[in-house]
Design a binder for this molecule. Sequence first.
Ligand code: FEO
Ligand code: CA
Ligand code: CA
Ligand code: CA
Length: 681
Amino acid sequence: MALIDLPLLMKDAARGKRSAVTCALKCGNQCAFGPCNHSDNATFRDIASAALSRRAVIGGTTGALAIALGGTQGALADPGTGQGKGKGNGKSGALAPNGSKLRFEAIAPVDYMVDEFTVPEGFGWHPIIRWGDPLFEDAPDFDWNAQSAEAQALQFGYNNDYTEIQEIPGSNGKRAVMFVNHEYTNENIMFPAETDQDDVIEIGMAAHGLTVVELERKNKNFPYSYVRGAELNRRILLTEEFALTGAAAGGELLRTVEDPEGRTVLGTLGNCSGGLTPWGTLLSGEENFNGYFRTPGTSAEDARYGLADRATARGWEATHERFDSRTEGYENEPNRFGYIVEVDPFDPTSTPRKHTALGRFKHEGANVIVAENGKVVAYSGDDEKFDYLYKFVSRDSYVEGDRAHNLTLLENGDLFVAKFAGNSPASEIDGSGEVPADGSFDGTGEWLPLVVDGESAVPGFTLEQVLVHTRLAADAVGPTKMDRCEDVEPSLHSRRVYVACTNNSDRGTTGKAAADEANPRSENRDGHIVEIDEQGDQTSTTFAWNLLMVCGDPAQGDQTYFSGFPVEQVSPISCPDNLAFDAVGNLWISTDGAPSGIGFNDGLFRVTLDGEDRGRVEQFLSVPRDGETCGPIIRDTDRSAFVSVQHPGEDGAWGEQVSFFPDYDGQGPKPSVIQVLPQRG
Ligand code: FEO
Ligand code: CA
Ligand code: CA
Ligand code: CA
């Protein structure tokens, strides 16, 4: 047997053992090779002083906003209730923020060695579906010792990340369709040690991709179960044909020997977060796609995307030549990954699409909002140290009820990249994370055009180049280098946009961009959340912004900020990743990396956004050892929440497993989708 050599791969990787495994298998050890962005576009500090005279709109009105919203929502809120004072047990007790029905008493953070899924008192948790669960009538039951690519192709994939559940119309709340993507695989804990390397590769490939699966429940007081063999069930694998859309489709940069037309790609890779469109389709971001390709590594484009002439973690290039772009005819294969993918879960025969109009980079995901003028706006972060925040504005307008038309909206439009300016003196942004004298990290910003009216807006770049080599085009217009934008999620309640900057250990280090007001902490271990308020319509090219929070554990002495909420009353939070909103507009944050930051297992947190408790953070759940909390869905009207637990026990090895979640049957861990709801009886 020749399983992937993890110790070798982990050499030079990140500091903690847990993150080293993640680095090797999820990100291809990108950190070990340094940030991809060596562009010398204007750093934020260069422009901060120029913006001093401009009054920050959000910064200037936060207090007024709080008062205004407090007037309408304060009566519903739990006045003055701090962390740990609530009586919530899911059924009774103090009202939750903004009157949410999901009432709970925040849990204490859980030590990173604990292999338990922890929920508040009065709640229970239920696995809906696990890695290996059979999706179809003819799918075999999972057997740790009899795995095959054929079986895996019919079973739920590995490392569930983005997750969305939509009720099936007419089912009276009893039936739903769930979409889940499968970001990557942890071969070190998936397979018996004697497994043949060719089988490891083929099964691993079949464990990637996407799943659509139907759910059913007795009523909203009962957990969902998945329905084996249901009509909408679907696995989308690396053999599935995806249609390329947008101006780059059919172009020279996307053609290969297998696809001389440059319009059809087999499969999707590195799917991380995503979003639900107003027309009921799912978007999924192709993130760390570079980790699957070996390339010549000689071009500026390769360097900027972290593509190199080195063996990949999984070695697929040894047996599948399209993953080796040094092979004649496959030079452009890596150009066909790194997009936003759209899937219609209600039509199992539909062709999934990759939208070049939203650009190509390490898309964390994309989230859509319909602007006041009817255009569709999609926000997307490029999750890499010092990379950028993007916005797409559709050419055509949303038409309520015309699904066929709306399905085309992400195929053509304008593309922008964000440039932030702070309103505090640069001398007050010293990298410590200490709040400047005006009381806020805040300022204004611009959306710099990359594509306008179907034309490239970047001198020296064709439209096709902008859409395929988006990072390089963006470098040329001077956006702000961010601390790894993960989910970027507009609130349908306030229309404000929230950006999870998960962390950036290189910020402010030698030769790297210094701290700025939008990324104010050097060696940013714990991340922060940016709040954006578009000026006027959502399609505006200017915005105001402020930081909702600078994360960490105040009890450990971390320099933190929670919009002025008392730091001693918040749940410690580190490495924000995925974002969601509940029915009344509270923000929910799931984390990825808290163990290597504050030493606790990752979790799911509720954040009050408005009123006098703005900035209050309450931890709702904690995932088991080595797990990442992904894909949160909040259904507070049903007093229910869902998370995908990714890579539980990734620090283990076959025969030395360190997690047995969720079944605790002594075999090993399985990434799973979990529902949390009040315990009955
Ligand atoms: Fe797959 Fe950006 O996390
Ligand atoms: Ca300021
Ligand atoms: Ca993520
Ligand atoms: Ca992450």
